[in-house]
Design a protein around this ligand. Structure first.
Ligand code: SF4
Length: 374
């Protein structure tokens, strides 16, 4: 079994959000843990986290690490807290720390962007396409849309702060026209596009995914975009890049694609360590570990069942996945998507038919082009 140290630390600097997106895995699914957590990460928890990261770096001889400032909405933490965190980490961790922040964009004004440019913190914005697609889900608590605010932030990023622009994150809604969504995203000139499947599982299936049904609405949405991108890759699309990587026998750098073990660990605002905040969307107990940055090294998280299962590759998957012809490329999808109440995670992904259809399409296109070279 391959045990790999963590290289990406997701730090939840603020546990609340100023939006009320209807698909949000933090607030709308099973995990209600945020209710009992402090709103903001304290300076003490920040200091413990930085020290634990430094110990992990020394223990494993890492040459650099990545810290993702996350939430809730991380900008709610405020400028002073974000500056304090970045400076603390850079003072304590003995190797370069690459910072990024994942935001809904609504608070991302010129002042914040100047700050991130000064601190060299990369910025990713969640946006689901044009106004209609975005505002269908990404609404404020009163129900009004947030697209205009996200658009303004993205224009600033694209026009004035390109050096810190990391890309856009789009949650797939198969009710939207995929080409229209992609075109709207390209309007923001993103260096990278991330498409994310909405979270769900066998007990609470994602929209339009009937558990056990062979229909493939997500593959049908993504395949035309893959073909368009493959023929004309005007920007990077991480999901498609990684799918090409794995069908050609390489390793994925994206959780939920291929058999590469996870390199990510999460620290909540109260200092609790978890293997994945997405897991809590299936079963809150699954993400609760009892580990805390004030007393536990991250090495202890390497022994958590979900981390061990991830490190076990094919052996950590269900019998159905182990027997699957494309398991090396698929990896059973995200662990959270394998959950079924009463029987846990020993299942294929609830997206199995979509994943099979999408991955075999990517494989077949690559194979056709490779054959033409022979
Ligand atoms: S396509 Fe389905 S059965 Fe095959 S590895 Fe992926 S989730 Fe498992």
């Amino acid at each position: 079994m391959e045990t790999r140290p963590f290289r990406q630390f997701v730090v939840k600097v603020h546990s609340r959000c100023n939006l009320a997106c209807d698909y949000c895995y933090v607030y709308e699914l099973a995990d209600q843990g945020w209710r009992s957590r402090p709103r903001a990460m304290s300076a003490e928890v920040v200091a413990h986290t930085a020290e634990r990261v430094a110990r992990h770096v020394r223990a494993h001889g890492l040459s650099e690490v990545e810290v993702v400032l996350h939430g809730g909405e991380p900008l709610l933490a405020g400028r002073a807290a974000l500056v304090g965190l970045v400076e603390r980490f850079r003072a304590v961790v003995p190797v370069p720390v690459r910072f990024s922040v994942q935001t809904n964009g609504t608070l991302l004004d010129r002042d914040f962007l100047r700050l991130f440019a000064e601190l060299d913190v990369g910025v990713g914005v969640s946006v689901d396409g044009g106004r209609e697609a975005h505002d269908r889900h990404r609404v404020r608590p009163g129900g009004t849309g947030s697209w205009a605010a996200a658009r303004d932030a993205l224009r600033l990023l694209a026009d004035e702060f390109r050096a810190v622009y990391r890309g856009v994150l789009c949650v797939v809604d198969v009710n939207n026209d995929p080409h229209e969504v992609y075109r709207s995203l390209l309007d923001f000139s993103p260096p990278v596009v991330d498409f994310l499947l909405p979270h769900g599982n066998w007990t609470v299936p994602p929209p339009r995914r009937v558990a056990g049904s062979p229909v493939t609405p997500y593959a049908e949405w993504l395949i035309p975009l893959f073909d368009r991108w493959y023929d004309e890759p005007v920007t990077r699309v991480r999901l498609f890049e990684e799918l090409l990587n794995v069908v050609l026998g390489g390793r994925s750098r994206l959780e939920g694609v291929g058999l590469t073990p996870t390199a990510q660990v999460v620290v909540e605002t109260d200092g609790a360590i978890s293997a994945s905040d997405i897991l809590a969307s299936s079963e809150p107990a699954a993400a609760s570990t009892g580990l805390h940055v004030s007393r536990d090294d991250f090495d202890r998280a390497l022994a958590l069942p979900e981390v061990v299962a991830s490190a076990s590759g094919r052996a950590g998957l269900s019998a159905t996945c182990r027997a699957c012809s494309i398991v090396a490329a698929c990896g059973g999808g995200l662990r959270a998507h394998r959950f079924r109440a009463g029987s846990g995670f020993d299942h294929p992904s609830v997206y199995c038919p979509d994943l099979f259809c999408l991955i075999t399409h990517v494989r077949d296109r690559a194979a056709t082009d490779l054959a033409a070279l022979a």
